[in-house]
Write a protein that binds this ligand. Structure first.
Ligand code: MCN
Ligand code: CUN
Length: 790
């Protein structure tokens, strides 16, 4: 990788501005916030997956000399805070009152002088439980006689949450009825966890005198959180300040509102002191935003020569005990209905049923683009299953079915409009980079019975940048983002945006957008984010929406400033504004390059005594609110090569070629970093990451001893390629990329392993493909990975 010493004035590779503090250990994370008199909270959690609470005795904990408060569901009930709304219009217990519904659920909150005393006091709380049978298998959740988990909800007599579908069912059924070939496959996307480096936490500081609540919290969506707090607490928004400081990774885990945050607030109100709550690793893994847990049945209708005609999908979506997913309200299964992926077909239909189980509130988190991860994985498995049945080459089958460039903008069978793409070019580039023909020749030359190698391909289409207000809101909040740009007299600038970086490098790339539009060097542009008192309203960073929405807002606001600068320059040069031409960083008189004013000169003049034309305000600033006209649709083609030892089932990823197209790249180095991270995620999910449960609902992934994460050891040296198909509706032609590789890569790895296992007649096996699982698949006995049952 090459980097340039002199930062570009605009797009291009440059080191991240924020790294100056990160590499020196000078970041400020929530746990670095220490206020005078601050107390520490800890959460008591349920050991049972499902149990009635008979009694809670807190007397001994209260009597602990260093304990300042013990809060239970009963305390909260008195404040009408025992239950809180979730982002998907369900309710979630803040502290359990009637029952516990998953292992690790919050039962009580202790506030003490230090973290250790708080933890010690948890041991002194005596909870009497009456255990109830647990529902762990999503496919059994709707069985008659299954224990009803949400008996707190009026009229809820089973574990059903929603039925939702998309596409044309009748048209799809008609195609299936006349199809030459139909293949069906059950595909599980097991429950996984984002596992960010920094766990979730907050410091709540309620000032009883001013009535203002200040909340340091590593949230990905500070403004959305503030509005929810305002609704829950009945405080006006200006009395709540949410500060999301440096964040050590989010990956979706830090979108929801967790009971610990609310408890910290109540703890601060009750004690009159700031209260810090930081969860530990096991708490993070057991109780916060899970991902996936999609039990899918896919069916493909095709012609005998491999033209895909239709796709039909049925899904059971396991949302855990509370429906805590964060996705636009109209889409209870997220954007799963992008499941036709990158392929041209006559019809498609999906039906998704959401169910409650005795597991932590599940949902969409973990680089998911609102369920496109599951959709992309399913369709890419189905294409390979079809190739297996038709005995066709999976690359050839994909080439035959990919959307063609002339089909864009492409209206998909389930109601999307893909903005732009050249899919065959991306796939061809990936195949060329991998040396596909030689790899197949190597595979064919292998003697039977020996070490195996497999080649896996995936092609994905993402849909990111939620989203157009008329289609998309969360809890009634439309998904537009504000931006404010102010250029000081010296030509230095401050940009205020509503999205919040968790490691994506926003302080750099947003400065680069301003640099590109105004010609102010990126080092002269300060990006302010993550503080609701200092930034305009917007819905936050997830679904790779920052570039598509706030990136666009930044370009738009910079262009507004540029137009103001033109007016000022016209006064300075005494020419008509229409006679001025822009080149990066300066307005000049058309036909006379020497007559011009730089943006810095204009900035000073805009604050000076210069007489401005009628109607032109002084100073150089602007605000905007950007409502995206459509999502952006980045895409990519991935090729993975694995070596598999049939004796042990061990998989080694030998090579990984990734061609990504995210339109115009603001900072190619940051884009590559995003792709590297997502590819590692993909290897993790495909081969080792898993949150499973035993039949009593005990979580079997509650530490990094059990929840395995990929390291550099498991990752090859990534081979990256790119194509650039700009988004036609985005002001700078950029598309989001943060989740692309996580969405696209698991299927490439799984397809590669199953390609290797082909000599053993294995058509499908579910993730994660651990050595034990691969070995069993070779023996013809693949397992159900989501349950601790073999
Ligand atoms: N970028 C660019 N050119 C493009 C597209 C993006 O230079 N054409 C840059 C952006 O300017 C930004 C970064 O790449 O600096 C990611 O941009 P984008 O794709 O818009 O994604 P977001 O900034 O909205 O980040 C969210 C996305 C999500 S949803 C998850 S999950 C995830 C991901 O980012 N979480 C991450 N990447 C992560 N990376 C880190 N280090 N930490 C996380 O928690
Ligand atoms: Cu769903 S994980 Mo990202 O959208 O924050």
């Amino acid at each position: 990788m090459t980097t340039v010493e002199q930062p570009p004035i605009g797009f291009g590779r440059m080191h991240r501005k924020e790294d100056a503090r990160f590499v020196r250990g000078r970041g400020t994370y929530v746990d670095d916030v220490n206020l005078p008199g601050m107390l520490h909270g800890a959460v008591l959690r349920s050991p049972f997956a499902h149990a009635r609470i008979v009694s809670i005795d807190t007397a001994a904990a209260q009597a602990h000399p260093r304990v300042k408060a013990v809060i239970t569901g009963q305390t909260l009930d008195g404040l009408k805070l025992a239950w809180m709304p979730t982002l998907s219009q369900d309710t979630q217990a803040v502290l359990a009152t009637d029952k516990v519904r998953f292992q690790g659920q919050e039962v009580a909150f202790v506030v003490a002088e230090d973290r250790y005393a708080a933890r010690d006091a948890l041991e002194l709380i005596d909870v009497e439980y009456e255990p109830l049978p647990a529902v762990v298998d999503a496919r059994r959740a709707l069985d008659p006689g299954a224990p009803v988990i949400r008996d707190d909800k009026d009229g809820q007599t089973d574990n059903h949450i929603f039925d939702w579908g998309a596409g044309d069912e009748a048209a799809t059924d008609a195609v299936f009825a006349s199809a030459e070939v139909v293949v069906a496959q059950d595909v599980l996307y097991p429950r996984v966890h984002p596992a960010p480096l920094e766990t979730c936490g907050a410091v709540a500081d309620f000032d009883a005198v001013t009535g203002k609540l200040t909340m340091w919290c590593n949230t990905q969506a500070p403004h959305a959180h503030r509005t929810v707090y305002a609704l829950v607490a009945g405080l006006p928004e200006h009395k709540i300040r949410v500060i999301s400081p440096d964040v050590g990774g989010g990956f979706g885990n830090k979108v929801p509102i967790y009971p610990g945050y609310v408890c910290a607030v109540v703890g601060s109100i009750v004690t009159g002191k700031p209260v810090k709550w930081m969860e530990d690793r096991s708490e993070n893994l057991m109780s916060t935003g899970f991902a996936r847990d999609f039990h899918m049945r896919g069916e493909v209708a095709a012609t005998r020569d491999g033209k895909i005609r239709a796709l039909r999908v049925k899904v059971i979506a396991d949302h855990g005990a509370f429906n805590g997913t964060a996705q636009p309200t109209k889409f209870p299964a997220g954007f799963f209905h992008v499941f036709t992926g990158s392929y041209d077909m006559e019809a498609a239909h999906c039906a998704v049923t959401g169910v409650y189980t005795n597991k932590a509130p599940g949902g969409v988190a973990y680089a998911c683009s609102f369920r496109i991860t599951e959709a992309a994985y399913l369709v890419e498995r189905m294409v390979d299953v079809l190739a297996y049945e038709l005995e066709m080459d999976p690359a050839e089958l994909r080439m035959k079915n990919l959307l063609r460039p002339e089909q864009f903008p492409y209206p998909s069978p389930t109601g999307w409009e893909y903005d732009s793409g050249d899919y065959p070019r991306a796939l061809q580039l990936a195949l060329d980079m991998a040396g596909y023909a030689e790899l197949r020749a190597e595979q064919a030359a292998r003697p039977p019975g020996g070490p195996l190698m497999g080649i896996g391909i995936s092609f994905f289409t993402e849909a990111v940048g939620a989203g157009p207000r008329k289609h998309m809101d969360i809890l009634g909040l439309g998904m537009a983002d504000g931006a404010e740009l102010r250029v000081h007299p010296t030509g230095k600038a401050v940009l205020r945006i509503s999205v919040q970086s968790q490691g994506q490098g926003h302080e750099t790339t947003y400065a680069q957008i301003v640099a590109e539009e105004l010609g102010i060097p990126p080092d002269d542009v300060e990006v302010v984010h993550g503080d609701t008192d200092q930034t305009p309203f917007g819905l936050g960073t997830y679904g790779s929406r920052s570039t598509p929405v706030s990136g666009a807002a930044t370009a738009v606001v910079a262009r507004k400033v540029r137009e103001r600068a033109r007016q000022v320059a016209s006064a300075m040069l005494e020419v008509d504004p229409g006679d001025l031409e822009w080149e990066k960083g300066r307005w000049y008189v058309r036909g006379d390059q020497s007559q011009g004013r730089t943006i810095q000169e204009i900035a000073l003049a805009s604050h000076s005594s210069l007489e401005l034309p009628e109607g032109v305000e002084g100073h150089l600033d602007a605000t905007t609110v950007y409502n995206p006209p459509n999502l952006t649709f980045p895409f990519g083609a991935y090729v993975c090569v694995v070596d598999v030892d049939p004796g042990t089932g061990q998989v080694k990823v030998r090579r990984f070629v990734a061609v990504d197209d995210c339109g115009v790249r603001i900072n190619p180095m940051i884009v590559e970093g995003q792709v590297h991270g997502g590819l590692a995620d993909g290897i993790g999910m495909a081969l080792m990451e898993l949150i499973a449960f035993d039949e009593d609902g005990n979580c079997l992934g509650a530490s990094f001893m059990d929840y395995l994460l990929p390291t550099a050891m498991e990752c090859p040296s990534w081979e990256l390629g790119e194509t650039v198909t700009p988004s036609p509706h985005h002001p700078i032609g950029a598309k989001g990329v943060g989740e692309s590789a996580t969405v696209g890569s698991p299927a490439a790895v799984v397809n590669a392993v199953l390609d290797a296992l082909k000599p053993y007649g294995v058509r499908h096996a579910d993730m994660p493909l651990t050595p034990a699982h691969v070995w069993r698949a070779i023996q013809g006995r693949p397992i159900r990975t989501d349950l601790a049952i073999t």
